[in-house]
Design a protein around this ligand. Sequence first.
Ligand SMILES: N[C@@H](CCC(=O)N[C@@H](CS)C(=O)NCC(=O)O)C(=O)O
Length: 201
Amino acid sequence: MRLHYAPGACSLAPHIVSREAGLDATLDKVTFGAERTTESGKDFYTINPQGAVPALETDDGEILTEAQVLLQYLDSLAPSKALLPSEGFAKWRGLETLNFIATELHKGTSPLFKKPNDEVRDATIKLVQNRWGLFTQKLGDQDYVLGAFSVADAYAFTVLRWAKAFKIDLSAYPKLEAYFLRVQARPAVQQALTEEGLPTS
Ligand SMILES: N[C@@H](CCC(=O)N[C@@H](CS)C(=O)NCC(=O)O)C(=O)O
């Protein structure tokens, strides 16, 4: 399979999961400019008309988009790794958490990439701080948000990297820093960061 990604973008989450799951995923970097081209020399819009990463080309030639769906797909390819609860109410809690990360944390933070004016920036940061507070409540005293490491942690880590890069003050949630470092220390996460040319600490 081939994962289209941009360094540090939300595509880092499925990249991490592919490494956690030991799946054979080839990386294809997308360059964002006036045009969007892949490292393999294609117009990225022909792969994903939305122009957004992540996009996964499966071994059967299907193209799958939407980060949280890719995460569930990758989990389904490696059931023995149990990277997302699949039974009982834990399954629904897992899906609820993934959707929260996608719609509240990921899409809550992404307006900051568009260089908003001060008013929008301040409102965005306030919302992001509130949502990380809610995520911290979900985390509680657990090491990982669903108990054991899951695809949700790969996604949350990816978005928390952005909050840190934008220097959003999350000091009211000290457990988040320990959580971030715990996820970052995982060998698969280190591998994915290295493969994307990103700092590993
Ligand atoms: N709905 C998509 C959105 C993915 C997305 O926002 N990707 C960003 C990077 S994190 C992107 O490629 N943005 C470029 C653009 O939309 O122009 C998903 O959830 O996977």
